[in-house]
Write a protein that binds this ligand. Structure first.
Ligand code: CMC
Length: 428
């Protein structure tokens, strides 16, 4: 017999179905609640509200588990390429050899962007934040492909997916080149996805570019770790925008914007800015930890805490090792990294952080790695977006293909003035 939940409202009892997921998670299905009772639920920040059923990513915040389509993140990081993981997320299964070759072929051969697009950002200031460029160019790309906006045509969706995954690194790298006043570097087909991006970022037309395999491996791993994280702020945004049947480019552009905020993807930039500030202030870590604990001070330790992970962030565990490897290989000596290590040490042993289950999250280590790799701070969140793109696409596709999907339209409890008469200006 299936489970139900009972709720008593104004003395009357109602029974609601309980849904159980494949990992035993349970939810009360309240879809009929308002129709039955006239009452709605209220859940600021959606801490207890599921927005969909999804077969893509499983996350257990208490146990620190993260799996894509059933595969452990730790194993994918060791054995897969980012493009393979993208295929897995979007199509549900790891590709066989022929599928993988075809997938890579499509992504490789869609990586150029129209020359006109480059002129589009000539109008932008050189200091433009690359996340602004990324979201607006992603949206602008849709204007070149208006023949593939039908969200219910599988071929149009497929080619939009190829174009987005292939072109996003080119857009990201060009945004960086623009900020440096350097010439844009065209994508090169003989490179794999990660190599191609590093080349477009860091190569110059005047000299040979030397690929560093340690950086290629680290970036592959970081992008895999960011590839999906179920119903977070940006993914929920992509689903919500997509539920209005906005085209895939427009939905992804909205996700980029949501990711930009410092409480979400923007935290990796905020971590480095915080380390800069502490360094400029003389490196007194204790002082800044005290500020983070002070209720009257709105300073937070960026890169610490997570809405879902309450014991450790499995992505951060992997990245901590990657950070050690990258820093050792590159021989980077940076006082900010010392500050980071001290912060990590203090926060892991301080009762304030222990009681609140605040641990270093993925952004704490990814920011440090990006810095060591030579990415400017403003590019950090763009790298998060490159990693999250397959997850956004997979979630959008699942939403569009689901028979359950309706346009997203939450309700509210109104707390404003009740009806009152209009008052002439001389009487206000
Ligand atoms: N530094 C100091 N105190 C903190 C921090 C922090 N980074 N994070 C949470 N707290 C305190 C918070 O003040 C509250 O204390 P109290 O119970 O005394 O009022 C308690 O811990 C619970 O925090 P919360 O704000 O209710 O937690 P939340 O689930 O709403 O927020 C968070 C999660 C990630 C937004 C928050 O921890 C934060 O702002 N962290 C810093 C930003 C950051 O690193 N974000 C990246 C998240 S990982 C990447 C991603 O998936 O987007």
């Amino acid at each position: 017999m299936s489970e139900t939940a009972k709720i008593i409202i104004n003395g009357k009892e109602y029974e609601l179905p309980v849904i159980t997921g494949s990992e035993g998670e349970q939810a009360i299905d309240i879809a009929q609640l308002r129709a039955l009772t006239g009452v709605i639920t209220l859940d600021n920040g959606f801490t207890s509200t599921g927005s969909c059923q999804s077969a893509i990513t499983f996350l257990d915040g208490e146990k620190g588990i993260l799996r894509y389509r059933g595969y452990r993140i730790e194993e994918l990081c060791q054995k897969s390429s980012f493009l393979e993981v993208a295929y897995l997320l979007i199509h549900g299964e790891l590709p066989n050899a022929a599928q993988e070759a075809e997938w890579e072929h499509h992504i490789t051969h869609h990586s150029m962007i129209k020359e006109d697009i480059k002129r589009y950002w000539d109008a932008w200031p050189q200091t433009a934040h690359p996340m602004a460029l990324l979201s607006s160019v992603t949206s602008a790309l849709s204007t070149f492909y208006e023949d593939s906006h039908n969200v219910y045509d599988p071929r149009q969706v497929e080619i939009s997916i190829h174009r987005l995954i292939a072109k996003m690194p080119t857009v990201a790298a060009y945004a960086y080149k623009k900020s440096q006043g350097q010439p844009y570097m065209y994508p090169i087909n003989r490179y794999n996805y990660i190599e191609r991006f590093l080349y477009m970022m860091f190569a110059l037309p005047v000299e040979e570019y030397k690929m560093n395999p340690v950086l290629v491996k680290a970036l592959n791993q970081i992008l895999i770790l960011h590839a999906d994280h179920e119903q977070n702020c940006s993914t929920s945004t992509v689903r919500l925008v997509g539920s209005s049947h906005a085209n895939l480019f427009a939905s992804i552009a909205a996700g980029v914007t949501a990711l930009w905020g410092p409480l979400h993807g923007g935290a990796n930039q905020a971590v480095l800015e915080m380390l800069d500030k502490i360094h400029a202030d003389g490196g007194n870590v204790d002082k800044w930890v005290a500020k983070a604990k002070d209720k009257d001070d709105n300073f937070k330790l960026m890169g610490f805490g997570h809405r879902v992970y309450k014991n450790f962030d499995p992505r951060a565990l992997i990245l901590k090792e990657t950070a050690d490897e990258v820093l050792a290989t590159l021989g980077v000596v940076d006082p900010r990294l010392e500050i980071a290590r001290k912060l990590e040490e203090i926060a892991l042993s301080d009762p304030y952080f222990i009681e609140r289950k605040l641990y270093p999250n993925v952004d704490f280590y990814s920011g440090i790695i990006y810095k060591a790799m030579g990415f400017p701070t403003k590019m950090f969140t763009v790298l998060f977006a490159l990693g999250r793109l397959p997850g956004w696409i997979a979630q959008w596709k699942e939403m569009i293909e689901s028979k359950e999907t309706k346009i997203g339209r939450p309700r509210q409890i109104y707390t404003g003035a009740t009806e009152r008469p209009w008052v002439p200006v001389n009487k206000r």
